[in-house]
Ligand binder design. Structure first.
Ligand SMILES: Cc1ncc(COP(=O)(O)O)c(C=O)c1O
Length: 359
C-alpha cells in the first residue's frame, strides 16, 4: 500500500546535503589524522574544560536565553554596544538566520563560488535564488563582478574573508570600493570564521568596516581558532535592526550554557589562544613553502588550511593522502582543501604531495 507523504516545500528539492569533513580512520593501527574540517588540533584552552564541567552540573536547567555574559564580554572586547551583538549556534546557524531574515522567493543572495558550501544550502532553504560569482584566476573574490551582479532583487551578499576553501583574502581597498558600490539597503555579510589566522596587513578587520556602515554585518566563530567546534557557538556584530532580526529568527535556547560559559572562558584565555594560533600560522607557512618548493601552485592563504587545485586528479590525491593516514577534503574535479593540523599530520601531507607530483 502506498501512503501519501507529508507535503514538503518544493524549495527543498535538490538542496545539496552539507558534507562534513570525513573522520580519520586508522588503517591497521597506523595513526590517522583528520585534516578535512578546518578544526583546531589543540584541545580546549586552559580553564575551559574546568568551566564546562562545572556548568555541566546544571544540565537540568535551560541556558540563559539572551547569552548575557557572553554578549557582555564580546561587547567589551570589540567596543560595540551589546545591542549590536547576536549569538547563535555556530556562525553557520547565524548565516542561515540572516538569509531567513532578508530573503525569500524571488529574492537573490550573491556569493563567490567556490566558497563556503553552506551558502547555497541556506539560500535554497529560504526559497531564495543563489547568484554565484566565479572567483578570479587567482582564487580570490571577484568583487567588481559581485557588485555588477547586484540587482534590485538582491537582498544579501556573502563575502567570505578569508575564503573557504581557497584561503585567499580580499584587501581593504578592494572591499571598501565594493562596499561603496553596493546599495545601502542590501545586507553585506562579512564571514570572518578564520579571522584570527590572518597575518596580511592589507586584510581588513570587518568589525572596523561595520562601524560606519549599517548594511554590514560580521560573522565570527568559536569553532576554529578557539577550538570549540563541538559546542556550536558563534556571533554576529551588526547594527541594531540586523541584530534584532537575528534575535527574532534564533531557535530559543539554541546556544547551550556549556557553549556560552566555555566561550567566555576561552575569551579570557587570550594568551594561550594567541600562542596556539601563532604556532598554526607558522605551520601554515612551513607547509605552503614546502609545497611551493615541490612545484605546486598554492594560493596565498590567510586561514588554517591550504588549497590545491587538482582538477580531475582530486580524487586520486585525496585517496593517496588517506592511504598515508591523513583525511583531506576533496571537492570533486576541483581541488582539495587541507587543514593545517598536528605537525606529524602536516608532514605526512607534504610527503604525499611531493610523491604525487613525481608519481
Ligand atoms: C567560512 C565559514 N563560515 C562559517 C563556518 C561555520 O562555522 P561554525 O558554524 O562552526 O561557526 C565555517 C566552517 O567551516 C566556514 O568555513
Amino acid at each position: 500500500m502506498t501512503e501519501a507523504q507529508p507535503k514538503l516545500r518544493a524549495a527543498l528539492d535538490g538542496i545539496p546535503v552539507y558534507k562534513p569533513g570525513r573522520p580519520a580512520v586508522s588503517a591497521g593501527g597506523a595513526p590517522a589524522y583528520k585534516l578535512s574540517s578546518n578544526e583546531n588540533p589543540y584541545p580546549p584552552l586552559p580553564g575551559v574544560l574546568e568551566t564546562a564541567l562545572e556548568t555541566a552540573r546544571s544540565l537540568n536547567r535551560y541556558p540563559d536565553l539572551a547569552c548575557s555574559a557572553l554578549t557582555a564580554e564580546l561587547a567589551k572586547r570589540f567596543d560595540v554596544p551589546e545591542s549590536h551583538i547576536a549569538t547563535g549556534t555556530g556562525s553557520v546557524g547565524i548565516a542561515q538566520q540572516l538569509v531567513q531574515a532578508t530573503a525569500g522567493p524571488g529574492d537573490e543572495v550573491v556569493y563567490a563560488w567556490r566558497s563556503f558550501e553552506a551558502y547555497p544550502i541556506v539560500t535554497q532553504i529560504a526559497g531564495a535564488t543563489s547568484v554565484r560569482v566565479p572567483l578570479t584566476d587567482g582564487e580570490v573574490h571577484d568583487l567588481d563582478a559581485m557588485a555588477d551582479a547586484v540587482t534590485d532583487r538582491t537582498r544579501l551578499i556573502f563575502v567570505c574573508n578569508p575564503n573557504n576553501p581557497t584561503g585567499t583574502a580580499v584587501r581593504r581597498a578592494d572591499l571598501l570600493r565594493f562596499l561603496d558600490r553596493v546599495p545601502s539597503d542590501v545586507l553585506v555579510v562579512l564571514d570572518e570564521a578564520y579571522r584570527e589566522f590572518i597575518r596580511g596587513a592589507e586584510v581588513p578587520d570587518g568589525i572596523e568596516l561595520y562601524r560606519e556602515r549599517p548594511n554590514v554585518c560580521v560573522l565570527r566563530t568559536f569553532s576554529k581558532a578557539y577550538g570549540l567546534a563541538g559546542l556550536r557557538v558563534g556571533f554576529a556584530v551588526g547594527h541594531e535592526s540586523v541584530a534584532a532580526a537575528l534575535r527574532k529568527t534564533a531557535v530559543p535556547f539554541g546556544v547551550s550554557q556549556l557553549a556560552q560559559d566555555a566561550a567566555v572562558a576561552s575569551l579570557r584565555s587570550e594568551d594561550a589562544l594567541l600562542e596556539r594560533v601563532e604556532a598554526l600560522v607558522a605551520e601554515r607557512t612551513r607547509v605552503r613553502d614546502a609545497l611551493l618548493a615541490q612545484g605546486w601552485t598554492v594560493a596565498p592563504t590567510e586561514a588554517n588550511f591550504v588549497w590545491l587545485r587538482l582538477g580531475d586528479r582530486t580524487g586520486d590525491f585525496a585517496a593517496a593522502c588517506e592511504r598515508a593516514g591523513v583525511v583531506v577534503r576533496p571537492f570533486p574535479d576541483e581541488g582539495v582543501r587541507v587543514t593545517i593540523g598536528e605537525r606529524e599530520a602536516n608532514d605526512i601531507f607534504v610527503r604525499v604531495a611531493g610523491e604525487f607530483l613525481k608519481g
